[in-house]
Design a protein around this ligand. Structure first.
Ligand code: CP
Length: 338
């Protein structure tokens, strides 16, 4: 296989915060993303795409709740959270794979995009089930948030100045169930879209797999999937070009190339906010700790430049390395699946 990269984008790469949901807008943004991915394929990368579903799964749930609030809904089944996650994975996976495929065809490439419905195993006893932290759906003002909490039992959290979002449980993923099948598809040259929304949460009991109500953090799921498929480079896409220490202070500085040890020290020093950059840094560290070679945190427009070492924050397992080292193609990592 050629050089391999897992590129993880948030659900908000397709739906911006505070924007009214629009399927057409999501397709337009997916088309831009498809071009970026197809360019990477032209550069010689085998690409695995993962995506979040925060805004979209909230919309799906809300649609179900509004229908259920109507008097005449006899015969319509309930919509559990796990099914909304599965629905979001199918919908977003379709939008992304169509966009990537179209971009590959426009470039005359033979590779095809394939979406894999993916499950993530969680521990049914994970304490996260009692402490919802994962924001989903759109942004609300204080009044709407108060009303939904009081009348519909929503758990909400403040996400900014006067802005709130609904939160649901987000247990840690332990295992990506379809990793091996995804690896085989990548080896065939496909651009695979997988682990959407962090994967559909399942837990195992005596009877086998059981669907679980939760939304898994897609960065955590992506780190696990990257390690278990032997991907060379994990790219976590976010809203900033690079990770900063001392953010918003006089000592603010961008991290360009950093060892796992140095990054761990910054994390322990509280440099990265818990609700935003913290989980991305933790996921990048989890990848290199699991044997991954190289993790990058950068913005979507900088994706291609980051993969050639020109920009982005680059984390490696070893000591500090120069950005130019990242331009050297790395052999595929042969490792046992964890
Ligand atoms: N599941 C998930 O992490 O979604 P977002 O990235 O959209 O929040």
């Amino acid at each position: 296989m050629t050089r391999t990269a897992l590129v993880a984008i948030g659900g908000n790469a397709l739906v911006l915060d505070g924007e009214p949901g629009s399927v057409q807008r999501q397709q337009e943004r997916a088309a831009t993303f498809g071009d970026l991915v197809a360019d990477l394929v032209c550069d010689g990368w085998t690409v695995l795409v993962t995506h979040g579903n925060g805004p979209q799964v909230g919309y799906i749930l809300r649609r179900g709740e509004l229908v259920a609030a109507e008097a005449d809904v006899e015969g319509l089944p309930d919509l559990p959270l796990w099914l909304a996650v599965a629905d979001s994975q199918g919908g977003i996976g379709h939008i992304l794979s169509v966009a990537v495929d179209n971009a590959l065809v426009r470039r005359g490439r033979p590779e095809r995009a394939v979406t894999v419905l993916t499950h993530a195993e969680v521990d049914a006893a994970d304490p996260a089930f009692d402490d919802p932290t994962k924001p989903i759906g759109g942004v609300m003002g204080a009044e709407v948030a108060r009303r939904r909490a009081a009348e519909e039992g929503w758990r909400v959290t403040q996400t900014g100045e006067g802005t709130f979002r609904r939160v649901v449980p987000s247990p840690r993923p332990r295992h990506i169930v379809e990793s091996e099948q995804i690896r085989v598809l990548m080896e065939s040259g496909a651009v695979v879209v997988a682990a959407g929304g962090g994967g559909i949460p399942v837990a195992r009991d005596e009877a086998g797999w059981r669907s679980v109500d939760a939304v898994i953090d897609k960065d955590r799921a992506s780190a696990l999937l990257a390690a278990s498929t032997g991907v060379d480079t994990l790219v976590l896409v976010t809203g900033v070009d690079e990770v900063y220490v001392g953010y918003g202070t006089e000592r603010q500085r961008a991290l360009r190339t950093v060892s796992a040890q140095e990054m761990r020290e910054h994390l322990a020093a509280g440099e990265f906010p818990a609700g935003s950059m913290g989980p991305k840094v933790e996921s990048a560290l989890a990848f290199v700790d699991a044997g991954g070679q190289h993790a990058i945190i950068t913005s979507l427009p900088n994706l291609r430049d980051a993969l050639t070492g020109r920009t982005g924050t680059h984390l490696t397992a070893g000591n500090h390395v120069g950005p130019d080292l990242h331009m050297i193609p790395t052999p595929r990592q042969e490792q046992e699946l964890p």
